[in-house]
Write a protein that binds this ligand. Structure first.
Ligand code: NDP
Length: 298
């Protein structure tokens, strides 16, 4: 049987470290603040934003929330970002994606001051990550690195396959695994929808990161015995024979993979809690840097 990688427990440790840093910052007169901006009202985005605000509250970070009508001009969003960039009580800014179609997503990401870009999506921060000088590592791949560290997964010299090449998960994950740094030094293959013979590639990997957004698409036959399997996917699917009832599943067919993988993340309870925790981590890092206070984040 595979060892289950418990994201809830590792995330709780990260939150405890963050809460300690928040205390240090507050003692030094810096109250860390995270602004969330929601423009497109869809139920999933609303849930994500409210979870992020609740997470902030739990560790002592001030949450500032701004909502903009979905049909407001794009300029209103840009000006909101400008205002937040100027505010001393806001150390991190997160614009919840997706934004409405009439808003240029790239412009939004470029508008956020790089030192407040706690998602790590501004081109300057992307460039720094690629150059091995990351300011903010994007939350999901950073969280995965923490999981790999917590479970002593050796990446140096390992063959790693990342399935997915999105800007928020696949590409930064591949870059981090490639860095000459802890939880890096892997030989990395990045797969996507045009990849041929995917199973051949995943079967040869010591570490598989599945981030394709396709329910239960990587099964036990596609994994090497003993490999570490990180399932990023969050897919809501109907439960067979249960009418309208739905459940969350990953990109990995957990039932068939768990007997083959050495270590595996469940869905839910694997990568998801880490993504949330790393946002708090990045916010505290931002607050320390902007407030001129040294905070010791592991
Ligand atoms: P995207 O849809 O942006 O990217 C999906 C990637 O998978 C693309 O690069 C796509 O290729 C690739 N892909 C699609 N089909 C295949 C295929 N048949 N074989 C190989 N690769 C394929 O998704 P995200 O990266 O944003 O998210 C991926 C998943 O992770 C989703 O389920 C999402 O909900 C989840 N997620 C979970 C998070 C968490 O905290 N756990 C955080 C963020 C996302 P191409 O580029 O060619 O289109």
């Amino acid at each position: 049987m595979s060892e289950t990688i418990d994201g809830e427990s590792v995330a709780a440790d990260v939150r405890a470290d963050v809460a300690e840093c928040v205390e240090t910052l507050r003692e030094e007169g810096v109250v860390p603040g995270l602004a969330t901006v929601l423009m497109k009202a869809d139920p999933a985005s609303e849930t994500y934003v409210s979870m992020k605000q609740r997470d902030c509250e739990e560790v002592g970070i001030e949450g500032i929330h701004v909502e903009i009508d979905a049909d407001a001009p794009a300029e209103e969003l840009y000006e909101t970002i400008d205002d937040l960039n100027e505010r001393d009580d806001v150390h991190g800014i997160l614009v919840q994606m997706p934004v409405p179609d009439h808003v240029n997503k790239r412009k939004v990401l470029r508008r956020i001051a790089p030192e407040k870009d706690v998602d790590g999506f501004h081109p300057e921060n992307v460039g720094r990550l690629v150059a091995g000088d990351a300011r903010f590592k994007p939350c999901t791949p950073h969280g995965i690195q923490k999981l790999l560290a917590a479970y002593d997964v050796e990446t140096a010299g390992a063959d790693a396959v990342v399935v997915g090449r999105s800007d928020i998960v696949g590409k930064p994950m591949a870059n981090l695994l490639l860095q000459k740094a802890p939880q890096g030094n892997a030989t990395v293959t990045v797969c996507h929808s045009r990849t041929e013979n995917l199973a051949e590639k995943t079967r040869n990997a010591d570490v598989v990161v599945a981030a394709a957004g396709i329910p239960e698409f990587i099964d036990g036959d596609m994994i090497a015995e003993g490999a570490t399997v990180i399932d990023v996917g969050i897919n809501r699917v109907e439960v067979e024979g249960e009418g309208d009832e739905t459940e969350l599943v990953g990109d990995v067919d957990y039932e068939s993979a768990k007997g083959v993988a050495g270590k595996i993340t469940p869905v839910p309870g694997g990568v998801g809690p880490m993504t949330r925790a790393m946002l708090l981590y990045n916010t505290v890092k931002a607050a320390g840097e902007q407030g001129g206070v040294d905070v010791e984040l592991p």
